[in-house]
Design a binder for this molecule. Structure first.
Ligand code: NAP
Length: 275
Protein backbone atom coordinates (compact mmCIF):
# COMPACT_ATOMS: atom_id res chain seq x y z
CA UNK A 1 0.00 0.00 0.00
CA UNK A 2 1.24 3.51 -0.74
CA UNK A 3 2.57 5.21 2.35
CA UNK A 4 1.64 8.89 2.52
CA UNK A 5 4.50 10.84 4.08
CA UNK A 6 4.48 14.58 4.67
CA UNK A 7 7.02 16.98 6.09
CA UNK A 8 6.47 20.35 7.74
CA UNK A 9 9.66 22.41 7.64
CA UNK A 10 11.74 21.45 4.62
CA UNK A 11 15.08 23.06 5.48
CA UNK A 12 18.32 21.13 5.88
CA UNK A 13 16.98 18.09 7.74
CA UNK A 14 13.35 17.99 6.51
CA UNK A 15 14.54 18.66 2.95
CA UNK A 16 17.17 15.90 3.21
CA UNK A 17 14.58 13.41 4.48
CA UNK A 18 12.13 14.18 1.66
CA UNK A 19 14.87 14.27 -0.98
CA UNK A 20 16.26 10.94 0.26
CA UNK A 21 12.82 9.31 0.16
CA UNK A 22 12.12 10.78 -3.29
CA UNK A 23 15.45 9.37 -4.57
CA UNK A 24 14.51 6.04 -3.07
CA UNK A 25 11.01 6.07 -4.53
CA UNK A 26 12.51 5.96 -8.03
CA UNK A 27 13.87 2.49 -7.26
CA UNK A 28 10.77 1.08 -5.61
CA UNK A 29 8.02 -1.19 -6.85
CA UNK A 30 4.83 0.72 -7.52
CA UNK A 31 3.08 -1.31 -4.82
CA UNK A 32 5.66 -0.19 -2.29
CA UNK A 33 5.80 3.47 -3.30
CA UNK A 34 5.64 6.57 -1.14
CA UNK A 35 3.40 9.56 -1.80
CA UNK A 36 5.45 12.51 -0.57
CA UNK A 37 4.28 16.01 0.28
CA UNK A 38 5.68 18.96 2.16
CA UNK A 39 5.33 22.56 3.21
CA UNK A 40 8.02 25.09 4.01
CA UNK A 41 7.58 28.66 5.19
CA UNK A 42 9.89 29.99 2.47
CA UNK A 43 8.30 28.50 -0.65
CA UNK A 44 11.46 28.64 -2.81
CA UNK A 45 13.06 25.88 -0.69
CA UNK A 46 10.39 23.49 -2.03
CA UNK A 47 11.41 23.91 -5.70
CA UNK A 48 14.10 21.19 -5.88
CA UNK A 49 11.88 18.86 -3.86
CA UNK A 50 8.98 19.46 -6.22
CA UNK A 51 11.24 18.60 -9.16
CA UNK A 52 12.13 15.36 -7.34
CA UNK A 53 8.44 14.41 -7.12
CA UNK A 54 7.29 15.89 -3.80
CA UNK A 55 3.85 17.53 -3.84
CA UNK A 56 4.00 21.05 -2.47
CA UNK A 57 1.21 21.83 -0.01
CA UNK A 58 -0.20 25.29 0.70
CA UNK A 59 -0.02 25.01 4.52
CA UNK A 60 1.13 22.78 7.40
CA UNK A 61 -2.51 21.75 7.89
CA UNK A 62 -2.71 20.55 4.27
CA UNK A 63 0.34 18.34 4.91
CA UNK A 64 -1.38 16.78 7.93
CA UNK A 65 -4.55 16.24 5.89
CA UNK A 66 -2.68 14.53 3.05
CA UNK A 67 -0.17 12.39 4.95
CA UNK A 68 -0.35 9.54 7.46
CA UNK A 69 3.24 9.93 8.67
CA UNK A 70 3.88 13.61 9.40
CA UNK A 71 7.54 14.52 9.93
CA UNK A 72 8.06 17.73 11.87
CA UNK A 73 11.39 19.35 11.02
CA UNK A 74 11.03 22.97 12.11
CA UNK A 75 13.33 24.43 14.77
CA UNK A 76 12.57 23.27 18.31
CA UNK A 77 11.20 26.67 19.40
CA UNK A 78 8.71 26.63 16.47
CA UNK A 79 7.40 23.15 17.22
CA UNK A 80 4.56 23.99 19.63
CA UNK A 81 3.04 26.53 17.23
CA UNK A 82 3.26 24.13 14.27
CA UNK A 83 1.69 21.18 16.13
CA UNK A 84 -1.16 23.47 17.19
CA UNK A 85 -1.80 24.34 13.53
CA UNK A 86 -1.99 20.66 12.60
CA UNK A 87 -4.48 19.66 15.31
CA UNK A 88 -7.69 19.85 13.20
CA UNK A 89 -6.29 17.12 10.91
CA UNK A 90 -4.90 14.80 13.59
CA UNK A 91 -6.54 11.48 14.44
CA UNK A 92 -5.48 8.03 15.63
CA UNK A 93 -4.60 6.94 12.07
CA UNK A 94 -1.92 9.63 11.75
CA UNK A 95 1.45 9.81 13.47
CA UNK A 96 3.66 12.79 14.23
CA UNK A 97 7.41 12.17 14.00
CA UNK A 98 9.47 15.00 15.46
CA UNK A 99 13.17 15.33 14.63
CA UNK A 100 13.56 18.42 16.84
CA UNK A 101 16.44 18.26 19.30
CA UNK A 102 15.38 18.37 22.94
CA UNK A 103 11.59 18.26 22.42
CA UNK A 104 10.22 15.52 24.67
CA UNK A 105 7.52 13.00 23.84
CA UNK A 106 5.58 14.42 26.77
CA UNK A 107 5.47 17.89 25.19
CA UNK A 108 4.62 16.50 21.76
CA UNK A 109 1.70 14.54 23.23
CA UNK A 110 0.56 17.57 25.19
CA UNK A 111 0.66 19.87 22.16
CA UNK A 112 -1.07 17.26 19.97
CA UNK A 113 -3.68 16.79 22.71
CA UNK A 114 -3.16 13.00 22.39
CA UNK A 115 -5.16 13.06 19.14
CA UNK A 116 -2.57 10.86 17.43
CA UNK A 117 0.52 8.85 18.40
CA UNK A 118 3.85 10.69 18.53
CA UNK A 119 7.36 9.46 17.82
CA UNK A 120 10.64 11.14 18.67
CA UNK A 121 13.51 10.85 16.22
CA UNK A 122 17.09 12.13 16.46
CA UNK A 123 19.07 12.08 13.22
CA UNK A 124 22.72 12.97 12.77
CA UNK A 125 24.09 15.15 9.98
CA UNK A 126 25.20 12.31 7.63
CA UNK A 127 21.43 11.93 7.10
CA UNK A 128 21.98 14.87 4.73
CA UNK A 129 23.86 12.49 2.40
CA UNK A 130 21.67 9.44 2.98
CA UNK A 131 23.95 7.81 5.58
CA UNK A 132 22.39 8.95 8.82
CA UNK A 133 21.94 7.16 12.10
CA UNK A 134 18.41 7.69 13.40
CA UNK A 135 17.49 7.14 17.04
CA UNK A 136 13.78 6.42 17.26
CA UNK A 137 11.68 6.35 20.40
CA UNK A 138 8.45 4.38 20.15
CA UNK A 139 7.25 4.74 23.73
CA UNK A 140 3.83 6.21 22.99
CA UNK A 141 1.38 3.37 23.78
CA UNK A 142 -1.02 4.73 21.13
CA UNK A 143 1.43 3.72 18.40
CA UNK A 144 0.40 0.55 16.52
CA UNK A 145 2.85 -2.20 15.56
CA UNK A 146 2.21 -1.58 11.84
CA UNK A 147 2.81 2.13 12.13
CA UNK A 148 6.10 1.51 13.95
CA UNK A 149 7.20 -0.90 11.19
CA UNK A 150 6.32 1.68 8.53
CA UNK A 151 8.42 4.31 10.28
CA UNK A 152 11.36 1.91 10.65
CA UNK A 153 11.07 1.02 6.97
CA UNK A 154 10.96 4.68 5.99
CA UNK A 155 14.01 5.82 8.00
CA UNK A 156 15.79 2.57 7.10
CA UNK A 157 15.89 3.89 3.54
CA UNK A 158 17.84 6.94 4.73
CA UNK A 159 20.43 5.26 6.93
CA UNK A 160 20.47 3.06 10.03
CA UNK A 161 17.74 3.03 12.67
CA UNK A 162 18.32 2.43 16.37
CA UNK A 163 15.30 2.00 18.63
CA UNK A 164 15.99 3.74 21.94
CA UNK A 165 14.25 4.60 25.19
CA UNK A 166 13.76 8.35 25.46
CA UNK A 167 16.07 8.49 28.49
CA UNK A 168 18.91 7.43 26.17
CA UNK A 169 18.44 10.33 23.73
CA UNK A 170 20.97 12.62 25.44
CA UNK A 171 23.58 9.84 25.41
CA UNK A 172 22.81 9.21 21.73
CA UNK A 173 23.22 12.92 20.98
CA UNK A 174 26.56 13.04 22.83
CA UNK A 175 27.94 10.02 20.97
CA UNK A 176 26.27 9.90 17.54
CA UNK A 177 24.61 13.31 17.13
CA UNK A 178 27.87 15.07 18.02
CA UNK A 179 29.89 12.22 16.48
CA UNK A 180 30.52 13.80 13.07
CA UNK A 181 32.32 16.67 14.86
CA UNK A 182 34.72 14.21 16.54
CA UNK A 183 35.30 12.38 13.28
CA UNK A 184 35.91 15.61 11.33
CA UNK A 185 38.36 16.75 14.04
CA UNK A 186 40.35 13.52 13.62
CA UNK A 187 40.20 13.87 9.84
CA UNK A 188 41.43 17.45 10.11
CA UNK A 189 44.47 16.34 12.13
CA UNK A 190 45.35 13.66 9.58
CA UNK A 191 44.86 16.01 6.61
CA UNK A 192 47.14 18.51 8.34
CA UNK A 193 49.82 15.86 8.86
CA UNK A 194 49.55 14.95 5.16
CA UNK A 195 50.19 18.58 4.23
CA UNK A 196 53.12 18.64 6.66
CA UNK A 197 54.56 15.64 4.82
CA UNK A 198 54.34 17.49 1.49
CA UNK A 199 51.02 16.38 -0.01
CA UNK A 200 48.73 19.09 -1.36
CA UNK A 201 45.73 19.86 0.83
CA UNK A 202 43.39 18.44 -1.82
CA UNK A 203 45.38 15.21 -2.16
CA UNK A 204 45.61 14.79 1.58
CA UNK A 205 41.89 15.38 2.08
CA UNK A 206 40.93 12.96 -0.67
CA UNK A 207 43.19 10.23 0.74
CA UNK A 208 42.09 10.77 4.35
CA UNK A 209 38.41 10.72 3.37
CA UNK A 210 38.93 7.41 1.57
CA UNK A 211 40.87 6.14 4.61
CA UNK A 212 37.89 6.77 6.91
CA UNK A 213 35.38 5.28 4.48
CA UNK A 214 37.54 2.17 3.95
CA UNK A 215 38.27 1.68 7.65
CA UNK A 216 34.58 2.08 8.51
CA UNK A 217 33.71 -0.55 5.90
CA UNK A 218 36.30 -2.95 7.37
CA UNK A 219 34.95 -2.41 10.90
CA UNK A 220 31.47 -3.10 9.57
CA UNK A 221 32.37 -6.29 7.70
CA UNK A 222 34.96 -7.84 10.03
CA UNK A 223 33.59 -8.77 13.48
CA UNK A 224 37.08 -8.92 15.08
CA UNK A 225 37.56 -6.62 18.08
CA UNK A 226 38.70 -3.14 16.97
CA UNK A 227 41.92 -3.58 18.99
CA UNK A 228 42.65 -6.64 16.87
CA UNK A 229 42.03 -4.74 13.62
CA UNK A 230 44.41 -2.07 14.91
CA UNK A 231 47.08 -4.59 15.89
CA UNK A 232 46.82 -6.27 12.48
CA UNK A 233 48.19 -3.06 10.91
CA UNK A 234 51.15 -2.88 13.31
CA UNK A 235 54.09 -5.03 12.08
CA UNK A 236 56.66 -5.77 14.79
CA UNK A 237 59.29 -3.03 14.87
CA UNK A 238 57.52 -1.24 12.02
CA UNK A 239 56.36 2.24 11.11
CA UNK A 240 52.71 1.94 12.24
CA UNK A 241 53.50 0.86 15.81
CA UNK A 242 55.76 3.93 16.13
CA UNK A 243 52.76 6.15 15.31
CA UNK A 244 50.31 4.15 17.44
CA UNK A 245 52.66 4.38 20.44
CA UNK A 246 52.40 8.18 20.21
CA UNK A 247 48.59 7.99 20.21
CA UNK A 248 48.64 5.74 23.28
CA UNK A 249 51.07 8.03 25.08
CA UNK A 250 48.75 10.99 24.39
CA UNK A 251 45.76 8.94 25.61
CA UNK A 252 43.61 9.26 22.48
CA UNK A 253 41.08 6.61 23.61
CA UNK A 254 40.63 8.26 27.02
CA UNK A 255 40.33 11.66 25.36
CA UNK A 256 37.49 10.42 23.16
CA UNK A 257 35.69 8.95 26.17
CA UNK A 258 36.12 12.27 28.04
CA UNK A 259 34.80 14.23 25.04
CA UNK A 260 31.62 12.14 24.84
CA UNK A 261 31.08 12.30 28.62
CA UNK A 262 31.51 16.11 28.55
CA UNK A 263 28.93 16.38 25.75
CA UNK A 264 26.56 14.10 27.67
CA UNK A 265 26.93 16.20 30.84
CA UNK A 266 26.28 19.41 28.89
CA UNK A 267 23.23 17.81 27.22
CA UNK A 268 21.82 16.81 30.62
CA UNK A 269 22.41 20.34 31.93
CA UNK A 270 20.63 21.84 28.88
CA UNK A 271 17.67 19.52 29.43
CA UNK A 272 17.39 20.56 33.09
CA UNK A 273 17.32 24.21 31.98
CA UNK A 274 14.79 23.38 29.23
CA UNK A 275 17.20 23.70 26.26
N1 NAP B 1 20.45 19.83 10.67
C1 NAP B 1 20.80 18.80 11.44
O1 NAP B 1 21.84 18.22 11.26
C2 NAP B 1 19.88 18.31 12.53
C3 NAP B 1 20.29 17.22 13.32
C4 NAP B 1 19.42 16.74 14.31
C5 NAP B 1 18.17 17.33 14.49
N2 NAP B 1 17.82 18.40 13.71
C6 NAP B 1 16.52 19.03 13.97
O2 NAP B 1 15.87 19.25 12.73
C7 NAP B 1 15.05 20.41 12.85
C8 NAP B 1 15.32 21.31 11.65
O3 NAP B 1 16.67 21.71 11.67
P1 NAP B 1 17.39 22.21 10.34
O4 NAP B 1 18.83 22.18 10.61
O5 NAP B 1 16.85 21.47 9.18
O6 NAP B 1 16.87 23.72 10.30
P2 NAP B 1 16.47 24.61 9.04
O7 NAP B 1 17.37 24.30 7.89
O8 NAP B 1 16.37 26.02 9.53
O9 NAP B 1 15.00 24.08 8.68
C9 NAP B 1 13.86 24.47 9.36
C10 NAP B 1 12.84 24.81 8.29
O10 NAP B 1 11.57 25.00 8.91
C11 NAP B 1 10.92 26.03 8.17
N3 NAP B 1 9.83 26.59 8.95
C12 NAP B 1 9.86 27.41 10.01
N4 NAP B 1 8.62 27.64 10.47
C13 NAP B 1 7.77 26.94 9.68
C14 NAP B 1 6.38 26.77 9.65
N5 NAP B 1 5.58 27.37 10.52
N6 NAP B 1 5.87 25.96 8.71
C15 NAP B 1 6.67 25.36 7.82
N7 NAP B 1 8.00 25.50 7.78
C16 NAP B 1 8.55 26.27 8.71
C17 NAP B 1 12.00 27.01 7.88
O11 NAP B 1 11.60 27.83 6.81
P3 NAP B 1 12.44 29.07 6.30
O12 NAP B 1 13.13 28.53 5.07
O13 NAP B 1 11.44 30.12 6.02
O14 NAP B 1 13.39 29.47 7.40
C18 NAP B 1 13.19 26.11 7.54
O15 NAP B 1 13.26 25.80 6.15
C19 NAP B 1 15.39 21.09 14.17
O16 NAP B 1 14.35 20.89 15.08
C20 NAP B 1 16.66 20.39 14.62
O17 NAP B 1 16.71 20.26 16.04
C21 NAP B 1 18.64 18.89 12.74
Amino acid sequence: MTMRIGCVGCGNMGGAILAGLARNAEHQDKADAYALCGYNRTASRMRPLEEAGVTVMPSPLAVAENADIIVLAVKPYQMQEVVKELRPALNKNKVLVSVAAGISLHNLELWAEKLCPVVRCMPNTPALVGMGVFALCFEDPKLSHDCKQNILQMFGRLGQCVELAEEKFTAFSALIGAGPAYVFAMMQGLVQSGVTLGFTHAQSRQMVTALFAGSARMAEEDPSPLGQLRDNVCSPGGLTIAGVNMLDRAGLTGLLVDAVLAADARGAEMERKGG
